[in-house]
Write a protein that binds this ligand. Structure first.
Ligand code: GCW
Length: 637
């Protein structure tokens, strides 16, 4: 009898392998195309033979897997398609698959000194003061991305150093590009709009100035000479102090188009961010400013410009309504920017699976509206890459959703959990017959019931459930019923509902966002208030404008309501707030119990590390609850 404990409890693991915990088999004879896919399958596929075939007629990056376990054919039009097929085969998938988006891009907010803005998993894997590139690390990074279909990466922070465009750094970008290329990953960089001036080469960065235009063209030529398949630029302009076209009384379109013209001959693109506030429409409700600023320029952008907007109109809060800019820009190509790193969702201390949030976004913004997806990475030099073992699931989920935005959170969580925490391959290798397997699980289950209460299947189901509930739990214990941005300045970890204007600018100020007073709480964004509801098309405009029809999860985002306002539950608003804060805390307690019960099935190191963080998460959740219920209760009671 094979002990299931030894099957499921792998030897010490530190998370460094991510979801790629393949056995090394060397059993498969792999014929056809010699490429990365062949190497991977030769090392890790446990069937007898695989043929890799190029079929020019197939769409870019798509693949088809046919045949039986021991005699597989993978077809694709390129080696990258074959690679995606190889990883799919290792996930036990078959059939045809094609990516929904051509642009599946990670954004690294990595600074050239190695620090990472909003990074919670150590220093940058790309940059350090020594300018040393760790080839093995980058190769492992490439493989992980390729395994989930990510095909582009922006190597530096959107708050970009002009130095990125100097010869030294362009050379480094080339070095990284050369490592990533065989894995189907293109490099992009963030550029500082003021670079020609900041580098002391010109005395202006005016996008309509001829010398400036020539400077960017020459820069693009220089980059493409080193990196022929370079992807293009990502730009944060006239936002949070970054330079931009406004500095010269020009428009976003003037700025973006100048860069687009420089890249166009080489096939490059410009991803121009719409995350702007306080520059032109100072004083206007911050969530409305992107539309105010960009809508007048709809239709003015070149065809190689893509407007990149965050999923919500504010800033990556645990819950926001979708950003109406996705509806408003009708003649401009758009991308969504999701934040994988958990800036506002507990950093790498809290277990929060983000796929449900992104799934929610796609129910409002139809995937067809977008040209591509960008995700702000949560990757650093930490051994387990992401700080929290479960934060790896967010990187995974991002890639899978960029490949197929119709996948459900549950499907993704299931895939990830199986690959990351369960040793199915080991079971298969030991060839336990299906019937035997069930018996083994059952016998073991009854044994474990006495000591650990639940069997593997139940533990697995509970872990899956924990992942799927974790985002809603976070919303509950941080900011339920549409509350937002009541974080501590400036690290955004922990509550500060009394944070007020004297401390920092209005647009970052908790009291500005919740507007609590003795009369009630919430931000009036209705047609009678700031008018933000008017930026939404029907049916949302009408739905959101009326508290009776506004979904309760967005209620205080759009409405200022009295403390005794009657909620659907029958509770008053203040009681409902208390109820939800408590519910959030209860969920974390439940996650801890789930993790305890799953202990027999999880390797020791990862179990302990996750357990430590769950303990922190509970302390944090309680802090949110205590601070916020006390603060709001002070007005209400
Ligand atoms: O979410 C905010 C962050 C900043 C970030 C900015 C942005 C890179 O607090 O750290 O800067 O958004 O998205 O540009």
């Amino acid at each position: 009898m094979i002990s299931l404990l030894s099957v499921f409890t792998a030897t010490a693991e530190d998370g460094s392998k991510l979801w790629l915990r393949y056995q090394t088999t060397h059993t498969a004879k792999v014929t056809g195309q010699e490429c990365k896919a062949a190497e991977i399958l030769r090392a890790h596929y446990d069937g007898a033979q695989v043929c890799l075939r190029i079929d020019d007629a197939m769409p870019q990056d798509s693949y088809r897997i046919e045949g039986s376990h021991d005699d597989i054919i993978i077809s694709a039009s390129t080696q990258h398609g074959l690679l995606y097929g190889a990883f799919a085969l290792l996930r036990n998938e078959d059939g045809y698959s094609a990516p929904y988006y051509d642009l599946r891009i990670l954004n690294h907010w990595d600074n050239l000194d190695g620090s990472i803005e909003r990074g919670y998993a150590g220093e940058s894997i790309f940059w350090n003061d020594r300018l040393e590139i760790d080839h093995n690390k980058i190769e492992a990074y490439a493989m992980a991305n390729a395994s989930i279909g990510i095909n582009g990466t922006v190597l530096n922070n959107v708050n970009a150093s002009p130095k990125m465009l100097t010869a030294v750094y362009i050379n480094k970008v080339k070095e990284i590009a050369d490592i990533l290329r065989p894995w189907g990953i293109r490099v992009y960089i963030s550029v500082n709009f003021g670079s020609p001036k900041a580098l002391g080469e010109l005395d202006t960065a005016d996008p309509l100035n001829r010398q400036v235009r020539r400077w960017w063209k020459k820069k693009a030529d220089e980059i493409y000479k080193a990196i022929p398949d370079f992807g293009g630029f990502l730009v944060k302009a006239n936002s949070e102090g970054q330079p931009g076209p406004f500095d010269y009384n020009r428009t976003h379109a003037d700025g973006a188009n100048m860069l687009a013209d420089a890249l166009k001959p080489h096939g490059g693109i410009v991803m121009w961010r719409s995350f702007v506030y306080g520059a032109k429409h100072k004083g206007e409700d911050r969530v409305m400013q992107a539309v105010s600023e960009f809508k007048p320029h709809d239709g003015e952008f070149r065809d190689n410009v893509i407007l990149q907007s965050k999923n919500g109109p504010l800033d990556f809060q645990p819950r926001e309504p979708y950003a109406p800019i996705f509806d408003q820009m009708k003649q401009t190509q758009q991308m969504a920017e999701l934040q994988i790193t958990q800036e506002y969702l507990g950093h790498s201390q809290q277990l929060v699976f983000l796929a449900p949030m992104w799934e929610e976004f796609f129910t409002y913004v139809s995937p067809e509206k977008l040209k591509g997806i960008a995700g702000v990475a949560n990757i650093g030099l930490d051994t387990n890459w992401c700080g929290h073992h479960f934060a790896q699931a967010n990187w995974y989920a991002f890639g899978r959703l960029a490949w197929n935005p119709r996948l459900t959170s549950k499907e993704i969580a299931d895939e990830w959990l199986t690959q990351t925490f369960v040793d199915k391959q080991l079971i298969a290798k030991q060839q336990i017959p299906e019937s035997h397997k069930h018996r083994a699980i059952k016998e073991n289950h009854s044994q474990l019931v006495q000591t650990r209460k639940i069997g593997f299947n139940e533990a697995y189901a509970a872990l899956l459930d924990m992942m799927l509930r974790s985002r809603e739990a976070c919303v509950d214990y941080m900011m339920p019923i549409g509350l937002h941005h009541i974080f501590k300045f400036d690290h955004h970890y922990g509550p500060e509902p009394d944070g007020f204007k004297a401390h920092y600018p209005l647009e970052w100020c908790p009291v500005y966002y919740h507007q609590a007073d003795s009369a009630g709480v919430g931000f009036d964004r209705t047609s009678r208030g700031s008018g933000a509801t008017l930026q939404y098309p029907e049916p949302y405009c009408t739905l959101y404008d009326n508290p009776a029809t506004c979904p309760e999860e967005y209620l205080l985002w759009f409405h200022h309501l009295p403390w005794d306002y009657k909620m659907k539950s029958g509770r008053t608003l203040i009681d409902e707030l208390d109820f939800r804060y408590q519910r959030g805390v209860n969920e974390v307690i439940d996650f801890i119990a789930t993790w305890q019960q799953a202990k027999p099935y999880i390797d020791a190191q990862r179990w302990q590390e996750v357990n430590d963080r769950l303990t922190t998460q509970l302390i944090d959740a309680r802090e949110w609850q205590v601070v916020c219920t006390k603060y709001f209760g002070g007005f209400a009671r």
